[in-house]
Design a protein around this ligand. Sequence first.
Ligand code: FES
Length: 98
Amino acid sequence: MTALTVLPSGKTYEATAGSTLLQALLAVGEVIASKCDGQAKCGACHVFIQEGRKGLSKIQKLENEKLDALVGVSSKSRLACQVVLGTEPATVELLSFV
Ligand code: FES
């Protein structure tokens, strides 16, 4: 298990290491868009990782290509469906413009 803090609510949850960030967020009842069943195609699950990036899975080619096509991307951007949680605590910011 690992600690997952969600902004802007500031709530912290216990999340399962090895699950995707999208699965973890949906499991605790957070609202996050997902229109492609986690295939890195829709970009709707775009989030900012504010802390704990190093403990997460690395960006792969498919995710990188999709992020390149999105508006409002920063160095903290990830697609929640492509992020696999590790054992380090992480803080994720959900985006309101999705
Ligand atoms: S759910 Fe579509 S890109 Fe993540």
